[in-house]
Design a protein around this ligand. Structure first.
Ligand SMILES: *[C@@H]1O[C@H](CO)[C@@H](O)[C@H](O)[C@H]1NC(C)=O
Ligand SMILES: *[C@@H]1O[C@H](CO)[C@@H](O)[C@H](O)[C@H]1NC(C)=O
Ligand SMILES: *[C@@H]1O[C@H](CO)[C@@H](O)[C@H](O)[C@H]1NC(C)=O
Ligand SMILES: *[C@@H]1O[C@H](CO)[C@@H](O)[C@H](O)[C@H]1NC(C)=O
Ligand SMILES: *[C@@H]1O[C@H](CO)[C@@H](O)[C@H](O)[C@H]1NC(C)=O
Ligand SMILES: *[C@@H]1O[C@H](CO)[C@@H](O)[C@H](O)[C@H]1NC(C)=O
Ligand SMILES: *[C@@H]1O[C@H](CO)[C@@H](O)[C@H](O)[C@H]1NC(C)=O
Length: 731
């Protein structure tokens, strides 16, 4: 009896070992399999033969993805690492012995993980279009979890996930629009070069009082959102019309390259031939997609019959891509020209609308509105609508013409555009100015660096001291509740100033002991607390005598506030541009060097290089002992995600300090700060603002140009009329 049970136990044990040592393999793709564009194994097919995973042609190379096999064109539904450049025909996809799915590009033995997991034992291309990796028959990775621009039947878009449109039907890199399943329950479509604020939304599910759980597409072609108010509900967007009853039907919902979210059905007619139908479309008019025609252009027409046109006086950025936006074919600002407005006229366009963020709005009659823009040198365009006159400066975006809008927009243009020679001269002038700025800036940095070395020992001591202090915990960032800060500011009573980011209030913390400046961020993207804290930590770690110190913060639902040290002597702008407070020459040189040190620290010495992006005399504060400190650094990344920063800064940045690359949407580097510093340096030198209207001659209006003219003419002393300074040091 005992022997029998012993035997039974042994058999059970052996069975157990057997199952342990022979792992279940659920996928038909085994370890050590390989794909390559040059071999005859280019892709792995799903059992039905409808979907494939592998290499598909892109540009003059190959991309890796999943597509629905069809004639004449395959439909790509997913792309791995979509923003990487195409790979050459030497590349291979290797499902390696160690269970990694790798791309080897052939050149330089470069390897890249396609799926971010390392211990799978088999893989499978499923009939649903989902590519999965298994470990012991559990799915440990699936392409359905990382949608690009498409969801297929059985797939869903979870909270915080987004679909990003492709560049075009043949280029599957990230394009110009995204559809975001927001935490607030709304499914919203935005242009990607926007800050994703309510004003930027061109399509929205209007489910804000609900909790949106996900967007789903099922195998019957129902596209719906799972929402939750007091009980779970479904919000149905589209019901498929089942146009192909008996044949295989594949549904997909795609955010198309044109920014419109559509549901498609593919009905099989034969093994590889499909008839494609649009079952539903979120928008019917192309012109309803914000930003489809980019900056300074507008969209007109109905349905798919649309056109992008430049505003009067503008030309296309890229004449071959009419949606790429426009630029003004004259670099001259209206303020720099004749003050009487005689050289200008306005052109009216009816039924036009664009983003409404005017710098001025008042009730006026139509004709007065037209004249008002003509006479105001800052006005580029006036919008007359509902008996109101709104004035704008360029760039403007989201322009669209729509017969249902009763409005008229007046665009100011030069009546007699200058001759080509003059324009050429101006161009070279700008080039020269840029060179001069760069040299000035480089010179200053040279001075700043050498000063840095001279004072390095002292700085060392200082750093050691601050280390000790931070060890005692006194300088760690303090977290406040909204109520505490409301109390500290006495209900946000005393406003110290207001910038593009939000208002600053005076307050007292630590039981009224310490006076602080509390900044309320008004345009923050809801990108979650973790990001906010990460950014704040970076700002909190930047500690330098020429930077305004961050003391604490508040993160309370949608409310974000920053608590800074309070500097009672105001901004550099107040100091320079108020005749009675103007510092003497030597003092001004010291201030310029202070600022240069602060910028050098931001760019080169702190742990993460910080581009300030908005250096102006308004952002530089003076402390009790008249040391200049830079404020508002590190905020641009917080306010706007990387991809939209440049266009937003373009809109909010003060004019005159803007480096040229902001306007071209080019990559922004620390050089942009150096340019702004160059302008600030001129302002410090001359104690006047970079653009000034009440001057004796027109030449003096723009400081940089004026300084250049004086420099070329060898009359730098003209810059400082009623102050005597040593010519050499000025030069
Ligand atoms: C796809 O578009 C992106 C962005 O416009 C571009 O950088 C890339 O070169 C394009 N790729 C191909 C293969 O054309
Ligand atoms: C492929 O590899 C070979 C040898 O390694 C090289 O000569 C050839 O230029 C490569 N082709 C491409 C398209 O990179
Ligand atoms: C959505 O969330 C569910 C549950 O958390 C998860 O199983 C699923 O894979 C997620 N889908 C995507 C597309 O991430
Ligand atoms: C969608 O289809 C389902 C079943 O096919 C039906 O019950 C439902 O009423 C339809 N909804 C709409 C809005 O047409
Ligand atoms: C679909 O199939 C059913 C039964 O198989 C058949 O009676 C019907 O006619 C078919 N419909 C079409 C449109 O082919
Ligand atoms: C005109 O505007 C209305 C309201 O915004 C919109 O529904 C409609 O689609 C627009 N028409 C065109 C042709 O863009
Ligand atoms: C820009 O303006 C000049 C003169 O006004 C003109 O000669 C030139 O053709 C214009 N450029 C474009 C691209 O329209």
């Amino acid at each position: 009896m005992a022997l029998e049970s012993c035997l039974l136990l042994l058999i059970l044990f052996l069975l157990f070992v057997e199952t342990r040592t022979q792992p279940n393999q659920c996928g038909e793709i085994h370890l050590d399999s390989q794909l390559s564009p040059t071999s005859n194994l280019l892709s792995w097919l799903s059992p039905s033969g409808h979907f494939a995973f592998g290499f598909y042609p892109q540009g003059n190379g190959f991309a890796i993805g999943i597509w629905l096999i069809g004639q004449p064109d395959n439909t790509v539904v997913w792309t791995a690492n979509r923003d990487d450049p195409p790979v050459s025909s030497n590349a291979t996809i290797h499902f390696s012995e160690e269970g990694k799915l790798l791309l080897r590009t052939g050149q330089g033995r470069y390897e890249k993980l396609i799926a971010d997991v390392s211990v799978s034992d088999s893989a499978s291309m499923l009939d649903s279009g989902n590519f999965v990796l298994y470990s012991n028959c559990n799915i440990i990775w699936q392409s359905f979890d990382f949608p690009t621009d498409t969801i297929l039947g059985g797939q869903s878009l979870n909270q915080s996930q987004e679909l990003v449109s492709s560049v075009s039907s043949s280029n599957h890199s990230s394009g110009r629009f995204f559809l975001w399943m927001q935490r607030d329950g709304n499914l919203v479509a935005y242009p990607r070069n926007s800050a994703a604020l309510p004003n930027d939304a061109y399509w929205i599910s209007h489910t804000d009082n609900h909790v949106g759980l996900d967007l789903s597409l099922n195998h019957q072609g129902h596209l719906f959102m799972n929402i939750y108010k007091s009980e779970p509900q479904e919000l149905l967007f589209a019901n498929s019309s089942y146009s192909c009853e008996n044949s295989t039907t594949i549904f997909r919902a795609t955010l198309d390259a044109d920014g419109i979210f559509r549901l498609y059905s593919h009905c099989s007619e034969s093994k590889t031939s499909w008839s494609v139908h649009v079952e539903w479309s979120a928008l019917n008019n192309q012109c309803d997609v914000y930003g489809f025609c980019d900056f300074n252009s507008y969209c007109s027409g109905t349905g798919t019959n649309y056109e992008c046109s430049c505003y009067p006086g503008f030309v296309f950025n890229d004449p071959n891509e009419k949606f790429s936006g426009c630029y003004r074919n004259a670099s001259e600002s209206f303020c720099a020209g004749s003050k009487e407005g005689r050289k200008y006229h306005v052109t009216g366009i009816e039924n036009l609308l664009f983003e409404r963020d005017p710098y001025s709005a008042q009730e006026l009659e139509e004709e007065k509105c037209r004249l008002s823009c003509l006479e105001d040198c800052h006005c580029d365009v006036a919008l007359y609508m509902d008996a109101k006159c709104e004035k704008y400066t360029f760039p403007i975006r989201y322009g669209r013409e729509n017969k249902t809008i009763s409005s008229i927009a007046f665009f100011k243009e030069e009546t007699n555009p200058g001759q080509k020679i003059i324009i050429d001269n101006k161009k070279s002038l700008i080039m020269f100015l840029a060179i001069i700025f760069c040299s000035i800036a480089i010179l200053c940095f040279g001075i700043a660096i050498s000063t840095f070395f001279v004072y390095r020992d002292r700085a060392f001591l200082y750093e050691k001291l601050s280390e000790i202090i931070s060890l005692t915990g006194e300088f760690t960032l303090q977290s406040f509740s909204y109520d505490e800060l409301e109390k500290a500011t006495d209900g946000f009573r005393e406003e110290l100033g207001r910038g593009s980011i939000g208002a600053v209030y005076k307050g007292k913390i630590n039981g009224g002991e310490k006076t602080v400046a509390i900044k309320r961020l008004e345009k923050v993207l809801d990108r979650g607390e973790k990001n906010f804290q990460a950014e704040i930590t970076i700002i909190g770690q930047t500690y330098h005598r020429n930077l305004v110190r961050l003391l604490g913060f508040c993160f309370d639902h949608s409310r974000r506030l920053l608590v800074y040290e309070y500097l009672k002597n105001g901004t550099l702008a107040d100091l320079l541009f108020t005749a009675e407070r103007r510092p003497v020459w030597k003092e001004r040189i010291r201030i310029a060097l202070d600022i240069a040190r602060g910028i050098l620290y931001l760019h080169e010495e702190c742990e993460a290089c910080i581009i300030h992006g908005n250096i102006t005399p308004q952002n530089i504060l003076m402390d009790d002992s008249w040391i200049a400190k830079i404020s508002d650094f590190g905020l641009s990344k917080l306010l706007y995600p990387d991809k939209v920063r440049s266009s937003m800064a373009l809109l909010s940045h003060s004019r005159g300090h803007l480096a040229p690359e902001w306007q071209n949407n080019a990559l922004i580097s620390i050089k942009a700060d150096i340019y702004s510093f160059g302008v600030v340096l001129l302002e410090i030198t001359c104690c006047r603002s970079s653009i000034k209207a009440d001057v004796s001659t027109e030449d003096e209006m723009i400081l940089s140009r004026w300084a250049y003219q004086c420099f070329v003419a060898g009359q730098l002393d003209m810059l400082l009329k009623d102050e005597h300074v040593e010519y050499e040091s000025l030069e």
